[in-house]
Design a protein around this ligand. Structure first.
Ligand SMILES: NC(=O)c1ccc[n+]([C@@H]2O[C@H](COP(=O)([O-])OP(=O)(O)OC[C@H]3O[C@@H](n4cnc5c(N)ncnc54)[C@H](O)[C@@H]3O)[C@@H](O)[C@H]2O)c1
Length: 422
């Protein structure tokens, strides 16, 4: 059994990753270190509660003593690092915590991993080398294509495993999860490739760029077995309420304005969260050491298109004139917005009608009428779009969901969640 340290898995992406990874790899024990900030929620991990191969530890990735304890106690042999402050708006209000968690936290983690896995100067500890060499010998008999000398005692800073193969993680690997936002913003054309120069525009993206550079340096300087993935916008179950898609759905259901920044024409490249998890799995296990891989779904949409599509699906799934389970009571938002305070009364199994509750109530015929444009925020990039060719060609990654299939699954998940809450 191998013990893998995961960080930040009470959050959105990590909590989708844990059940997927646990089920796929019965030979792994997963240790999840998460501080449970406002963004972390153990409810997200209820399905793995009690699994003997999963352990949760509440704590800060910046706490060196704790991180050292975890490496020693559990003999950590791999890291997948999700933990971060991740909300751009919050980074504009309070950048310090982003630098602390994203930059200092990543530094603490990788530095502890380096000290635990490697001896100075720049060599993997004997026991890791022995395991890796023995396993590579075994698999080379069966056709391994990773050069054996790559992790030999003679290894120096420039001799890394040149091939991508299962052998790439026979010595411990540090996988850093990052974002396409480090590349800055695009004009109308072009895509971010792994060679696009970094040009972060918000404190969030700057702090992620800083953490990427630290991970890169530990590979270049010490020959650590690292990989970095830079992914586009994720959507799917378990995302925090503050993010765009949950906000659209929740506000629609209670009849609140659906806020859209600026003119709504900012473009994001959307990827269903499980497709991201599968990309991480592939890169963790078969990516080339020291490399960066972009992950993206080739699903560019303006924010306005996203809201329009979600509203159209909601119009079908939760028609405005028969929302008995989503009875709306909000009367506080602006006059411009429709006040949806009305009561749906079921008349029969097949027909329902709605009664206005107040004289001021204005009925609407589509959730789209709740869309409200609000002033754009600073540091808000115009367009992101990922070129995932390297991941597709080298590691044969493909997204399973297109935007249409993914957004329907996502909406169904949030309808179920909000039905219980609202
Ligand atoms: N959400 C996206 O669309 C997206 C896209 C690309 C990359 N990413 C990256 O993926 C990773 C996960 O993103 P997410 O959307 O799941 O984030 P999230 O905000 O939903 O979750 C972050 C998790 O990290 C934990 N955390 C925060 N500070 C911590 C600390 N100091 N110590 C330990 N745990 C801490 C939080 O409690 C939370 O559980 C981040 O690194 C993010 O930059 C996210």
């Amino acid at each position: 059994m191998k013990n893998i340290l995961l960080t930040g898995c009470a959050g959105f992406i990590g909590s989708n990753f844990v059940p997927y990874f646990l089920e796929k790899y019965p030979e792994y024990n997963l240790i999840n270190l998460d501080l449970l900030t406002y963004a972390g929620n153990l409810e997200n991990l209820k399905e793995v509660d009690g699994n003997p191969r999963y352990k949760f530890i509440k704590g800060d990735i910046c706490n060196r003593e704790l991180v050292e304890f975890i490496f020693n106690e559990y003999d950590i042999q791999g890291v997948v690092h999700f933990a971060a402050e991740s909300h751009v708006d919050n980074s504009i209000k309070n950048p310090g915590v982003f630098v602390q968690t994203n930059v200092n936290g990543t530094f603490t983690l990788i530095d502890v991993a380096y000290k635990y896995w490697m001896d100075a100067p720049f060599k993997y500890k004997k026991r890791f080398l022995e395991t890796a060499t023995a396993s590579m010998k075994l698999s080379s008999d069966g056709g391994s294509h990773c050069k054996e000398q790559s992790y030999s005692e003679e290894q120096d800073t420039s001799s890394h495993c040149e091939e991508h193969s299962d052998a790439a993680i026979l010595i411990p690997r540090f996988h850093h999860i990052s974002t396409d936002e480090v590349y800055g913003t695009l004009g109308e054309n072009g895509l971010f490739t792994e060679l696009t120069p970094y040009a972060p525009n918000s404190p969030y993206s700057a702090s992620k760029a800083g953490s990427d550079m630290i991970v890169r340096a530990y590979h270049e300087t010490y020959g650590m077995n690292t990989v970095i993935t830079n992914c586009s916008n994720n959507y799917g179950p378990k995302q925090h309420d503050e993010k765009l898609i949950p906000t659209i759905i929740r506000n629609a259901l209670v009849g609140n304005p659906i806020p859209i920044y600026g003119d709504g024409k900012n473009i994001r490249d959307w990827l269903y969260v499980l497709d991201h998890c599968k990309g991480i799995d592939l890169v963790y296990h078969t990516g080339k050491t020291g490399e960066v891989y972009n992950i993206g779904g080739r699903n560019e949409r303006t924010n306005l298109q996203i809201v329009d599509r979600i509203c159209a699906i909601l119009d079908e799934k939760v028609p405005l004139d028969c929302r008995t389970s989503f009875a709306v009571t909000n009367k506080s938002h602006s006059k411009k917005q429709s006040d949806l305070s009305r009561r749906c009364e079921e008349q029969s199994d097949t027909s329902r009608h709605c009664e206005e509750q107040s004289d001021t109530a204005i009925s609407i015929s589509s959730y789209k009428e709740l869309i409200t444009f609000v002033p754009d925020r600073a540091g808000h990039d115009r367009r992101y779009a990922i070129d995932a060719t390297k991941l597709e060609n080298e590691l044969l990654w493909r997204a399973d969901e297109n935007f249409e299939s993914g957004i329907v699954k996502t909406i169904e998940w949030y309808l179920n969640k909000y039905k219980k809450q609202l």
